[in-house]
Design a protein around this ligand. Sequence first.
Ligand code: SF4
Length: 293
Amino acid sequence: LIMTADLSKAAPTLSEYYSETKCTWCDGCGNYAIRTAVKMALVELSLHPWQVCLCYDIGCHGNASDKIQGYRFHGIHGRVIPFAAGVKLANMQLPVIAFGGDGATFSEGVGHLVHGVRSNYPITFILHNNADYGLTTGQASALTWQEQPMNWSPNGIPERTLASMELLFSLQPTFVARGFTGNIKLMTRILQAAIQHRGFAFVDMLQACPTYDHFATHTYLLERCYDANAEGHDPSNIQAAKALATQTDDRIACGILYQREDVPSFYERLVSRHDVATTCVEEVKRYDVSRYW
Ligand code: SF4
């Protein structure tokens, strides 16, 4: 993409994000709706494709990396958070959005999630939560229901299902939201707020995977998901947010569940320690390493 003065003045459009690369996702996959909501949120925020960096993990969702225009980075399994944080460090003005599946995020990359949230890296993280490993043909992930028969585990898995929101709230997050792929308007509203958040914005997108997830189906989600903000939920109340996030048996609360903007991001803290960093650099310069050569 080439940015010109004229183009940069024009308002962004959805068509700018269009990619001619053929989609290989299954019919009815929630990836389509999430990709649409991401585009709509970026356009609503007046961001052109060259003004954002989209970082993808491995998984079905990761194949979106060539199905949307923009600066894109497709990394290795479970590692999207560190390289998204690195992109942000290289250009602090650039909105950075990282995408990961529930398998990569809560198994291979769970350590990165833990430290990404507690560090409050100023990035948006979108969890494609379809409760399985779709790309590798439907194995159970850490978020698959324990008794659910899956490929390679027809009697269910021996491990207990990971309580993802309990884990998340133990890390003192500064932004937690939940959307589902049956409501693009709600996802778009959530994403606009997440992209503008000061620190690490965690967005749990409950996603239909009609090919392998035969339990949390599109119909299941449609019957249970609701907009908690429209029902008066106050996102500044962490106790209420945690209760809504973790109690999902009957109804599933969506919307912005928790948000606080008074916590500096990781890089803001670094800048505030600039004097310390400068002193360290000067110390290194004084140190004569040539004697080791
Ligand atoms: Fe989507 Fe599931 Fe098909 Fe992957 S396997 S493309 S997640 S429906």
